[in-house]
Design a protein around this ligand. Structure first.
Ligand code: SAH
Length: 690
């Protein structure tokens, strides 16, 4: 069997379907999976174990045999806990074949083969009866099928089915219940991830304003969850307008309904302000008493307890369709609607709500097209006024009354900025978008709102197919890009701008200005506060040997021989720099892409003691000789080496195959590197040695 994987080619900008070996998919799945993170989640593991022990003893006290159904067994961990706690038999269901195979090995290695039957099926395919997968229905239901939004991985339909067909009435469930909490907040920072703010442009002929299209005002956006490490959001970046309230809860020991529904709560604002955001998280009670509780509450809610760091469960940010002024003490009604897999919110004045009947459960659909074109970090980037000012400053220097300007970037506001900077100065502006459909729809709204319909021409063609007629036979004198492309995964994928620039060379004047004029790749060795856990072996988990899983992850990471860097938004993952940041490669946009590879070799000195977990790489764009934009490091904020990162971008993280401890060295030493940019593929390969 062959697997086809969709991937954007960073040299052509187009999606390509690559044929991969059968095992490609699962190596990717395992190498980048959250299994390691779950196994490192001590708080979760301890509480599951306590909850399972309590459930097994309750069943035993009733004089019954303890028959466990573990849906989504993964490594087999929860079944092994149940067997150790005295369960008579466990059915461990796992749909993902490589994991089911691993579970069989791990169960055997730990000596539980006679107590645990691993079944490689989706739970809805499992049969019960004398010839079935399960001999009889279970009386203990153990699962861990939750994502940050609780229900996003299909927990509800899985429970609904299990109660109908796989477990006895009155079964014990671990966890026993889940509760979803919400808090209403005002936050300019988070709201900037959802709406385009007006942009002020200081032009020579006065201050101008770029306004968002009116279609955006009430647009509910898209229902995909915005999950973040809320513990990294400083309290100065938001104002809480309500107490934390319970939105809804699910009792897993009773039949569960997955059909779409709504929940409502009355909130009494503790402060007046603009309601924009609903922050949400959940907790699970492992037993009916509620004594064994595992909570995702953020730091300001549980300031005394030590927070368990985890990446597989975070917190959710929901955006209200539009901002709503609320007054302290004046009740409002918050409605959560959900379908089988996602949740969304509405806020109404309490009186408005009385007059209305049932709220319709209608999944939000983006009407303004911007939410289809821009993801949340991209909204934040476009709303970053400091960044915009840099582009304005640079553009103002290069545009003149004769300029014929071409912009190449996805969903960019640069053409609008350029036009605002002096419509008289710019004769024509052209855009080339890659995600053409929503780009066209959105830009037509935006241009209309700003009376630019006939001022900016959108070209629907790939750069290599552009003809002189696209530019009305004029040559381009100013070529601009942010650069930004929707399909970029790693920082250097935006170098597609360089390839596009190369493809349009014949349309450029001989003295063309290219903005940015160049880019550089930067690198720094870091010690992560927590992120290292996701790639660190676990060995023994709560007394169970899960090394088979460690080996399997290692195997998958080595699958491509050369390990690859992976994208992470580092503002969410604190780290400290152990070396100075170093520029390793430069890319000259004033010239075309060369035929040969660009390589750099060298060494970085470790300046601070610490554990070198890996290297972080990012791009900086030099708009001109004086103005640069960093998509990575903003600054090293203190002598301890704590880093501040661009909050709108993901950086590339290359995890070293083994952690280098410089704590023990008197001289912290150096790390040598070899980094090379393959101009044929647009990819960067790297290697590091102590
Ligand atoms: N129980 C393990 C792993 C949890 S991860 C632990 O707690 O450490 C969830 C696992 O459930 C994944 O491996 C996923 O493949 C599997 N899964 C999710 N839904 C399933 C279903 N309905 N039937 C079978 N497996 C499922």
């Amino acid at each position: 069997m062959k697997t086809f994987c969709g991937r954007a080619n960073p040299t052509t900008g187009s999606m390509e379907w690559l044929e991969e070996a059968e095992d490609y998919d699962y190596h990717q799945e395992i190498a980048r999976s959250r299994y390691a993170d779950m196994l490192h989640d001590k708080d979760r593991n301890v509480k599951y174990y306590e909850g399972i022990r309590a459930a097994v003893s309750r069943v035993k006290e009733r004089g019954e045999k303890a028959i466990v159904l573990d849906i989504g067994t993964g490594t087999g961990l929860l079944s092994m806990m149940a067997a150790s706690a005295g369960a008579d038999f466990c059915y461990a269901i796992e749909v993902f074949k490589p994991m089911a195979n691993a579970a069989v090995k791990i169960v055997e290695k730990n000596g539980f083969s006679d107590k645990i039957k691993v079944i490689n099926k989706h739970s809805t395919e499992v049969t019960v009866g004398p010839d079935g997968d399960m001999e009889c229905r279970a009386n203990i239901l153990v699962t861990e099928l939750f994502d940050t939004e609780l229900i996003g991985e299909g927990a509800l339909p899985t429970y609904e089915h299990a109660h109908k067909y796989l477990v006895q009435e009155g079964c014990e469930a671990v966890p026993h219940r889940a509760t979803v909490y919400v808090q209403l907040v005002e936050s300019k920072r988070m709201w900037s991830w959802n709406k385009l703010f007006p942009i002020h442009v200081e032009a020579e002929d006065g201050e101008k304003m770029i306004v968002p299209p009116s279609e955006m005002e009430n647009c509910p956006g898209v229902p995909s969850v915005c999950d973040i490490q809320l513990n990294q959001m400083p309290s100065s970046d938001f104002t809480t307008l309500s107490e934390v309230v319970t939105m809804f809860s699910v009792d897993f020991s009773k039949p569960v309904q997955s059909a779409s529904t709504c929940y409502r709560v009355q909130l009494e604002p503790v402060k007046s302000g603009k309601a924009q955001i609903v922050l949400s998280w959940w907790d699970i009670d492992m037993d009916p008493s509620g004594m064994i509780n595992c909570s995702m509450a953020p730091y300001w809610v549980k300031p005394t307890s030590t927070l368990q760091w985890r990446d597989h469960w975070m917190q959710c940010v929901y955006f209200l369709p539009n901002e709503e002024p609320v007054l302290q003490g004046e009740k409002v009604c918050l409605t959560a609607c959900r379908d089988e897999y996602s949740v969304w919110y509405k806020l109404q004045k309490a009186r408005e709500e009385e007059n209305k009947g049932a709220v319709r459960v209608e999944s939000p659909v983006c009407r303004c097209h911007a939410h289809l074109l821009w993801n949340r970090p991209r909204f934040g980037e476009l709303n970053d006024q400091t960044r915009t000012r840099q582009y304005i400053k640079a553009l103002r220097k290069v545009l003149n009354t004769e300029s014929v300007c071409l912009c190449i970037s996805d969903g960019s506001l640069l053409p609008v900025l350029a036009h605002c900077l002096g419509a008289k100065q710019v004769q024509y502006l052209f855009l080339v978008f890659r995600s053409v459909q929503c780009s066209l729809a959105y830009s037509s709204h935006l241009f209309k709102a700003n009376h630019l319909e006939d001022k900016i021409k959108v070209i629907e063609a790939r750069p290599e197919l552009l003809k002189p007629s696209h530019f009305e036979d004029k040559k381009i004198s100013v070529l601009v890009g942010e650069p930004f492309f929707n399909t970029s995964l790693l920082p250097w994928h935006n170098l597609y701008f360089w390839y596009a620039r190369t493809a349009v060379t014949s349309h450029l004047t001989s003295s063309v200005t290219v903005l940015p004029q160049s880019a550089s790749l930067h690198m720094m060795v870091v010690e992560f506060q927590d992120l290292w856990r996701i790639r660190s072996p676990c060995g023994i988990c709560e007394g169970f040997d899960v090394q088979t899983m460690d080996d399997m992850i290692q195997d998958s990471l080595n699958f491509r021989e050369s390990k690859e860097a992976e994208p992470h938004p580092l503002w969410e993952y604190p780290c400290k720099s152990l070396s100075d940041p170093q520029e390793v490669l430069t890319f000259d946009f004033t010239k075309t892409v060369p035929q040969h590879c660009l390589s750099a070799e060298g060494s970085v000195n470790l300046l601070r003691k610490g554990r070198s977990h890996g290297a972080v790489l990012w791009m900086e764009y030099h708009l001109d000789a004086d103005i640069s934009i960093s998509t990575g490091l903003i600054q090293i904020s203190n002598e301890k080496g704590n880093c501040e990162w661009n909050p709108h971008c993901k950086q590339a993280v290359y995890f070293f195959s083994s952690v280098i401890e410089s704590e023990t060295l008197s001289d912290p030493g150096a790390i040598t590197y070899a980094i090379s940019f393959d101009t044929k593929t647009g990819e960067i390969a790297m290697d590091f040695k102590l």
